[in-house]
Design a protein around this ligand. Structure first.
Ligand SMILES: [Zn+2]
Ligand SMILES: [Zn+2]
Length: 350
């Protein structure tokens, strides 16, 4: 009796285990990350600002890289404060997992701006991190010399969580072509660090205008210290090749889109190319207008008919949109190229 009971119980446990395994396997499978190619470009999911135990983060380098892979990132930079130490192990683990790793660190002006340095060579050593002096002759490195040092070692600079407002150091770095991008969104600063609440989240909306004015790449970064939150910030990179060089070239050429809180932010032309590659339109024999999403982005659209019709197009899904219009125009409600400007796409479908 006992044996039989035990047998049933064992079977029960085994079945539970099978169900659990199957479910987690299935949910792992349904999480898709890939984008179709956009023209000649691979669309890579990047995060260019994060920490490990090598500075004030709580994850080891290996855990950070593995976590990044699980979250679907194609490329990361570990940017510990004043240290590039994580790079060697990150690159080793990244190579095994098929994740591109960029050498970087976080630094900045004494009591001021934070900058993320990316793509420096192995001979580069951070100097006076977070202590760059605004004036020559102070007891720490003059910011202009420190920025030039980054360039001399093949790197570039991104302005991290721009809480200080725009001033001379950033403008100088930008004019020299050293600062090439800005974070519109930083997951870690939350509602603090002079973020503003708009478009349903706390971020740096004014940085969109700066990016347009100064021709900076728009980025969204996790700045994770502990484990990343669900749906962390992503910077989409439009790279000619899947490599460190390819990613850095794309950032230098401002081919990035910030993706956070289900919104896409970027330059109009790039967003246009992206949307025409990931959304395909067809018409059914009975005249219905069908939109198909080939990418992992949740999309909210509004057909510009009278009256206007709002629809949701889920990742890798399709939706039937009622429109008798021969060339319907869709306004994408979560795709932005300016603070008040949604991208619009016209479809000519037979
Ligand atoms: Zn910072
Ligand atoms: Zn940071």
């Amino acid at each position: 009796m006992f044996i039989q009971k035990h047998g049933i119980f064992t079977w029960f446990l085994a079945i539970i285990a099978i169900i659990a395994t199957t479910t987690s396997f299935a949910s792992g499978q349904t999480q898709r990350f890939e984008f179709p190619k956009v023209g000649d470009y691979f669309v890579l999911r990047g995060d260019f600002h994060m920490h490990t135990i090598n500075s004030d983060g709580s994850l080891t380098t290996r855990d950070r890289v593995e976590e990044s892979k699980e979250l679907g990132y194609d490329v990361i930079a570990i940017t510990d404060h004043g240290r590039t130490r994580a790079y060697r192990v990150a690159k080793y683990v990244g190579d095994q997992l098929g994740l591109i790793v960029i050498r970087g660190h976080e630094t900045g002006i004494k009591n001021g701006e934070h900058y993320v340095v990316l793509g420096v060579d192995s001979a580069y050593t951070p100097i006076d991190s977070h202590k760059w002096a605004k004036n020559r002759g102070e007891d720490t490195a003059f910011y202009q010399d420190a920025m030039k040092d980054v360039v001399n070692h093949g790197g570039l600079i991104i302005w991290a969580h721009p809480h200080t407002g725009l001033n001379e150091c950033t403008i100088w770095g930008s004019e020299q072509g050293i600062i090439v991008g800005v974070e519109l969104k930083n997951d870690v600063v939350g509602e603090g660090w002079n973020t503003e609440k708009s478009h349903g989240t706390s971020w740096y909306p004014f940085a969109v205008d700066w990016a347009l004015k100064y021709n900076w790449a728009m980025l969204a970064c996790s700045d994770a210290h502990g484990k990343r939150k669900k749906n962390p910030a992503v910077t989409l990179v439009f790279a000619k090749e899947r490599s460190e060089e390819g990613v850095l070239e794309a950032i230098r050429s401002r081919r990035t889109v910030a993706w956070f809180e289900d919104m896409l932010w970027g330059p109009k032309e790039l967003l246009s190319e992206l949307m025409s590659s990931i959304v395909k339109a067809t018409r059914t024999p009975d005249g219905k207008f069908v939109l198909k999403n080939l990418g992992p982005v949740d999309l909210d659209g509004e057909v510009q008919t009278n009256p206007k019709k709002v629809f949701y197009l889920k990742p890798y899904g399709e939706t039937v949109v009622e429109s008798a219009d021969k060339a319907p125009t869709v306004r994408w409600l979560n795709v932005w190229y300016g603070l008040k400007e949604n991208l619009r796409t016209s479809y000519t479908v037979q």
